[in-house]
Ligand binder design. Structure first.
Ligand SMILES: Nc1ncnc2c1ncn2[C@@H]1O[C@H](COP(=O)(O)OP(=O)(O)O)[C@@H](O)[C@H]1O
Ligand SMILES: [Mg+2]
Length: 262
């Protein structure tokens, strides 16, 4: 079984702790939701897994393991794209505005050693997989010619280009309109069912978790304060931070937590 895990991760900026003793495990074919209010340390946790911490943030404890083996810095860097594809929040900020979509695929796939003559066909197949019926014209398009939702699907296709076991999806629907959100969630669902990919799905939105996650970890102020099966979390959230998230979620439907009914 292919697994990817972090154990006891601690991150700090100077003397200020940002992430404290976080452990998370991913398995193929499963979706782990990582939820919590903004500023809780979700994105830094994802970046640490791939050795992509921003300048000024350092790891003070913990490790990343693939199939049980501890990875050093080079091992984490080698996960990128090949073992774990990264999908980030703002698709427009993740594309180079002066490169076409096809050139983005060329950069990713040539770096992976795919012969140039094979790249267009492979890119076309990936774009079909993420829902583009006629991918050929898309390869010549520039990022500004595509909507945010289209770009996000292209980002998923790029993340899949090297056939990774996992996707690390950090707020993949947050900047999208409702139709595009639903398309991305349906796409992620298909990738789990069809490819057996495992997903770390970072979101502050419990609706996203309700739809996709098998297991959920709730983060607050740098700590995982609760982790349990998704059904359990919705039926009986234990930590106040989880109950706050659930309240916000239920309010969208005009509902309240049983404990709040009076
Ligand atoms: N480069 C950085 N330098 C210092 N602090 C940072 C840096 N990046 C993020 N932080 C701080 O780390 C905390 C966690 O951030 P983040 O992981 O982005 O949270 P989340 O993704 O849960 O919203 C926040 O308080 C944020 O201000
Ligand atoms: Mg974040």
């Amino acid at each position: 079984m292919t697994t990817l895990a972090i154990e006891g991760l601690c991150l700090a900026a100077g003397a200020r702790p940002l992430v404290r003793d976080v452990s998370l495990g991913l398995k193929r074919g499963r979706v782990l939701g990582l939820v919590g209010a903004s500023g809780g340390g979700k994105s830094l946790t994802v970046l640490a897994m791939l050795g992509l911490l921003p300048a000024g943030v350092r790891q003070t404890a913990g490790q990343v393991r693939r199939d049980g083996r501890v990875l050093d810095d080079a091992g984490r860097a080698a996960l990128r794209g090949r073992v774990a594809g990264l999908v980030q929040q703002s698709p427009r900020a993740c594309f180079n505005p002066i490169l076409t979509i096809g050139q983005h695929f060329t950069e990713t796939l040539a770096a992976a050693g795919l012969p140039r003559r094979a790249i267009a066909a492979h890119a076309g197949g990936l774009l079909e997989e993420v829902g583009f019926g006629a991918p050929a014209p898309l390869l010549g398009a520039y990022p500004f010619q595509l909507s945010g939702g289209m770009l996000q699907r292209v980002m998923v296709a790029l993340a899949l280009a090297r056939d990774p076991d996992f996707l690390l999806a950090d707020e993949p629907t947050t900047d999208l309109d409702l139709v595009a959100q639903a398309q991305i969630l349906a796409l992620l669902e298909r990738l789990v069912a069809g490819r057996g990919i495992g997903i770390l799905l970072v979101t502050h939105d419990l609706s996203v978790v309700a739809r996709l996650a098998d297991e959920v970890a709730v983060m607050q102020d740098g700590r995982v304060v609760e982790q349990q099966g998704a059904r359990g979390l919705f039926a009986a959230p234990r930590h106040p931070a989880s109950r706050d998230l659930l309240r916000t979620h239920l309010a969208l439907y005009g509902e309240t937590l049983p404990e709040d009914a009076g």
